[in-house]
Design a protein around this ligand. Sequence first.
Ligand SMILES: O=C(O)CCC(=O)C(=O)O
Ligand SMILES: [Fe+2]
Length: 250
Amino acid sequence: MTQERLFEAYTFGAEERSQLDRDGHFAFPGLLTAHARSRLTDSLEHISALPNTGDFTPQRYSAEYDSYLASLIAHPQLLDMARGVLGKSIRFDHCVALTRPSGDRGIGWHSHDYANDRTDLGFIRIFFYVNGFSPDDGGLKVVPGSHLFRDSYLRAASDEELRSGWMAGKTHPLTGARLEIIPLEAPPGTVILMWTHAAHAVTPRRLGSDTRWSVVYAYRNPGEPSRARWITEGFQNDPPPGTEALMPLL
Ligand SMILES: O=C(O)CCC(=O)C(=O)O
Ligand SMILES: [Fe+2]
């Protein structure tokens, strides 16, 4: 069965690739098709209505609780995008609903762990911002160049703490520029690629705003174990059709 399109047409050539590698992230505004936005909203509403209990929560193992989310793991357009960044040999790592209702506190500065000492092993986060965000309303913030430090211990509770702590005295390893915090903006349907070691944070969702519907699909080159690999044994042993080759750990 051919699947409905997930993305509108886009370009990811040498120039876009070098931007991703220089900045640590790359945004495609409005990339999700209207069909995908509507299906994703339904799926994310479904996930958020499930009780958040036990070890294998729907919020963290989201594709295991929703057949549309599961069907995207090996969607040809999503695999093309992941392989366009990582090369042919890739693994699925996790699919996590990033639902942020009105009043959500956002998340402080952090980065993620994978093969910290091996620059040949990539790990890419592909964020779907289904209904978008504005900078001060559930908005993603980044520090271009931060991914090049491959520091998975980077943490800070506020912009000030990041500037006076982790960022202090550091310059961009490729451009030599001083590191700076950049608040992003995302119209509905925006997809953002991010190298997993990039510093990122999310601003609180304002009281009175609607729920921010979003989800992340993460892929990596095999080669090292991954701490973020949220796949249950049951799912790995009976994976959705087409995803079999993406499931092994190594
Ligand atoms: O909610 C977001 O926009 C980002 C969440 C996050 O930090 C992540 O999934 O790595
Ligand atoms: Fe994160």
